[in-house]
Design a protein around this ligand. Structure first.
Ligand code: MLC
Ligand code: AMP
Length: 504
């Protein structure tokens, strides 16, 4: 019944014969959602979307709290042949407006509490239907699903058809919609499922957001492909996650998860006895964290490396040596090379740009062919913007980035976007945002600001003025007023110097 839909068929296959098996266990209430219930909900949601006029290729945007119903909506969108577009729940209306105008979705689903703010934003963007869904699975979308004709025959989609848009910030400050295909998501999840040996015996603690690759296309898709179960946490709470170790087998997280877990006195070898896999990614994990984790738990964290545009690229092995400080080996089927900016190979052992190619590679940036072309070589290699090194055993290490980004707690933040908002404040001449070391988030955002003579602008005033324009995680932790920004002879702001001065 789903066989014509590439992604849906893959995600459903393992659970067809085990419909009564648990898909999700609510971390708080213990309520179990079986696989049959999940897919029945998804078919109902797909029916509701089709009744609204959603056709293949339409975008269905959603900014909702994490819930089983939200996941069913993702799957319903896939079944309907439409494109899933999840948005960070932290985005204020000003940011949501940009995404809706850019992606022009037919449907936008938001939390009922935000309906009054978001309805005019969506209408201005030309969205035909605004529906609601709350954290408990209630709202006008499930209401519509309850009376819709369920879609039991998934709409046909091939591996080259689009399944999702994930927005990723751009170095110019304009977010780009990365277009991911059915084939990208299916092949990547299948590879990870096999490599990390997920089966229907696994129980994954799921505490990541589901609007990014890591929490959705890695954690959820791997779970579905394997017919495993998740313990669904609304967000990451270290004590609550640790308390679930005895009934789980695996955890996927960003490095902040692991540093916060290390602060828990209850993290012991005994507590981890039933766990078989700890995966980390989305941001670099410090060697110190790896070593402390090994000492305390007896487990070696399996670090892997991915990107919105490419899904996962590399992973340390499940069996075989995991090398802390590296992101492991290219995944089966994924090609990875180091190249200089002109595409030539570097001298062996030297760091250079990481480029990847394979079935995991996205189709391009939505309506931005020039940006796609800038990152994609003619022979299909994608320029990641990460700088890497490869050791004699083929293990890849990420040693830097050629792109100007800050990664805070696993979220990418583009300095240009913050600078653009601050530069618009009356009395500000210019600003420079940069990342500074942060014990909890790895990096946090600092901004140096230059004011016009006599301007009465303070750091706290700046924080207040930008609060409604940027999601909380993008807001600077530190703001310094400087007489001038340090520049090199070419006039380029020297962020390293700002970072060093700040850190000192
Ligand atoms: C929350 N805040 C952050 C933040 N997360 N600030 C900076 N960076 C972050 N990552 C803000 C909150 O809004 C709050 O602001 C304050 O910091 C304290 O919040 P908290 O309660 O301590 O944070 P918490 O809610 O616990 O969230 C921290 C976190 C979360 C690390 C658990 O950020 C998280 O789940 N990160 C995962 C991101 C992720 O999934 N990335 C994958 C991208 S895909 P205030 O003002 O209210 O005090 C990708 C590809 C790949 O990168 O390879 O996977
Ligand atoms: P995003 O654009 O949010 O998908 O983030 C992708 C970026 O996260 C990559 O280009 C890397 O810079 C970074 N990243 C992901 N995984 C790792 C990792 N294990 N170590 C270091 N950086 C990582």
């Amino acid at each position: 019944m789903y066989s014509a839909n590439c992604l849906a068929a893959a995600l459903r296959a393992a659970s067809i014969e085990q419909g009564d098996a648990p898909f999700a266990i609510d971390a708080g209430t213990g309520q179990v959602t079986t696989y049959d219930t999940l897919w029945t909900k998804a078919e109902a949601m797909a029916g509701a979307l089709i009744a609204l006029g959603v056709t293949p290729g339409d975008r269905v945007a959603m900014q909702v709290e994490k819930s089983v119903a939200g996941l069913a909506c993702y799957l319903g969108t896939v079944l309907a042949g439409a494109i899933h577009l999840p948005l960070n729940t932290g985005y204020p209306a000003a940011e949501v407006s940009y995404f809706l105008n850019d992606a022009a979705p037919r449907v936008f689903i938001c939390d009922p509490a935000k309906l009054d703010i978001m309805t005019p934003v969506a209408r201005d963007a030309g969205v035909s239907h605004v529906l609601t869904l709350d954290a408990n699975g209630a709202g006008t979308l499930p209401d519509a699903a309850a009376t819709a004709i369920p879609l039991t025959q998934a709409v046909a989609r091939t591996k080259d058809d689009l399944a999702a848009f994930l927005y990723t910030s751009g170095t110019t400050g304009r977010s780009k919609g990365a277009m991911l295909t059915h084939g990208n998501l299916t092949s990547n999840a299948a590879t990870l499922c096999e490599l990390w040996q997920f089966t229907n015996k696994d129980v994954l603690i799921h505490a990541l957001p589901v609007f990014h690759t890591h929490g959705l296309f890695v954690a959820i898709n791997v779970t579905l492909l394997a017919g495993s179960a998740i313990i669904l946490h609304p967000n990451f709470d270290a004590a609550a996650v640790l308390a679930d170790f005895p009934r789980a087998t695996a955890l996927m997280g960003v490095p902040t998860f692991y540093t916060r877990l290390l602060d828990q006195p209850g993290l012991t070898k005994t507590a981890c006895a039933g766990m078989r896999l700890f995966v980390s990614g989305s941001a670099p994990m410090l060697l110190d964290t790896h070593l402390k984790w090994e000492q305390r738990t007896g487990h070696t964290v399996l670090e892997r490396y991915g990107m919105t545009e490419t899904c996962m690229n590399t992973s340390n092995p499940y069996t075989g040596q995991r090398k802390p400080g590296t992101v492991g080996l290219p995944l089966p089927g994924v090609e990875l090379r180091l190249a200089n900016p002109d595409g030539t190979p570097p001298t062996k052992g030297d760091p250079a740009g990481i480029e990847v190619r394979g079935p995991n590679l996205f189709k391009g940036y939505w309506q931005m062919p020039e940006k796609t072309a800038a990152d994609m070589r003619a022979d299909g290699w994608f320029i990641t913007g990460d700088i890497g090194q490869i050791d004699d055993d083929g293990y890849v290490s990420i040693v830097g980035r050629s792109k100007d980004i800050i990664i805070s707690g696993g979220y990418n933040i583009y300095p240009k976007e913050i600078e653009g908002v601050i530069d618009d404040i009356a009395g500000v001449v210019e600003s420079a945002a940069f990342g500074v070391p942060d014990a909890d988030f790895g990096e946090s955002v600092a901004v140096a600001v230059v004011l016009e003579p006599g301007a009465q602008v303070t750091p706290d005033g700046i924080k207040q003025m930008i609060a409604s324009q940027l999601a909380p995680y993008k807001q600077p932790r530190h703001i310094q007023i400087l007489a001038a920004l340090p520049r090199n002879t070419m006039g380029k702001v020297q962020k390293n110097q700002l970072r060093d001065t700040f850190t000192a």
